[in-house]
Design a protein around this ligand. Sequence first.
Ligand code: NAD
Length: 487
Amino acid sequence: MTEHTLKVAGVAVDTRHWIGGERVASAGTFTDVSPIDGTVLGEIARGGPAEAAAAVAAAKSAFPGWAATPRAERARLLHAIADGVEKRIEELAIVETTDNGALLRSHRRGVMPRVAHNFRFFADWSLKLDHEDFETRGHTNHVSWDPAGPSVLITPWNAPLMLSTWKVAPALAAGNTVVLKPAEWTPLTASLLADIAAEAGLPAGVLNVVQGYGAEIGDALTSHPDVRRISFTGSVPTARRIAASAAPHLTPVSLELGGKSPLLVFADADLDLAVDLAVEQYDNAGQVCLAATRILVEGSVAEEFTRRFVDKTTRLQQGDPRDEATDIGPNIHPRQLEKIDGFVQRALTAGARAVIGGHPKDGQYYAPTLLTDVAQDSEIVQEEVFGPVLTLQTFADEDEAVRLANGTRFGLAATVATGDPERAERVSAQLVAGTVWINCFFVRDLQAPFGGSRHSGVGREGGTWSFDFYCDLKNTVTAPKGWKDHG
Ligand code: NAD
């Protein structure tokens, strides 16, 4: 270990920023701790306004060259980054698990391959963007997807590299240069991504990675006049601050925020499937924006559903996320654990009943919890907990199910379990949600629009929608030869 390197399971990670193709230290640092057992992983460069200014300047100066690079060449470099990710899947997986506590087996088999896929998909999609020319009274309209400029990407800790690359890949493919700021609780894999991009031959300044706290470096990035796009995934309060900070320069902002998504279980559903879908909501210790944390069950099957749910949940293994047999790992931070327990204890005081769980366990773990006897307007039903805490409410008919499902300020996703395709169609048409899953959960195609309604977000990313955001669309109208405007 050198002064600026830490090691996780033998993998060296540079703790400095990556700005303009160079490693840059800061005067201050912050401490990175593993949620698995509280081990201190190391000291990370703590950026502020000076580092923000340097990173935006590097992105600005690299922009003309990158924007002018043919799309096919940009795509080739993105595929080279994907190759680098694939070569280092084991390293990325163990570093991410150690840093954020999510399951190693998911990182190995699902998440890191998906990170590589993010680069391949958006590289290929950028080559298909052309719009057909069209005519207006003999004039040709040609639509072009011009890169917008330096883009600031700010990401959370619950799926650090996956969510970062879901933004980095389309921004780079579009011809934008990037300043990525990962969450301060999970800074490590973004630093490895900088190494991988450099090894792949990405020119200096095209991807910059800065570390630090939102209030210190984040604000300086989002208020910078040279930034042309801001894409943010995180919480609603931070989104408000970012939107306000971007407002003076009218910088376009894409916001992917929290949720309080429902799982609607109708009596005609395959109950085992419905139970599986419900238990899946404990994935990543409940720290998933899309999680269907409000289970709504038709009254006639509620008792049987609950019996099977409890039976299945009590068989889940909670423990070290590096262990293959583990199903639920730790929560990210002592502060998060406190927040989760605060929600649960207030709900219990207000009259909720814990069917299972309802308390923290040793270390940074929280018992998978199911609360019933909760009122629709109560805090536990209305606010995002971001932990392994689900509520169960019953409904009498379809109308009530839809009313309960739509009865929060969020609108990120909804899952419907039913054996009746017509009901599925009727109900999904009425749900306010960016994504509706029928008899499935978490199936995501990168071609599809992704985002939330109401307080779950502003804008959509994915497929062409990502390029809509990262590009300035331009229509060029050309007159036919010899044409004169006679008014
Ligand atoms: P957060 O808002 O606290 O932090 C997210 C990022 O914003 C971090 O990098 C943080 O440093 C940065 N930040 C904080 N203050 C800032 C400021 N003033 N200016 C600029 N940046 C600032 O969120 P979190 O706790 O890290 O993440 C959890 C939240 O993210 C949950 O609400 C979850 O639902 C949401 N989320 C949404 C999606 C989605 O796709 N919709 C995906 C994952 C997580």
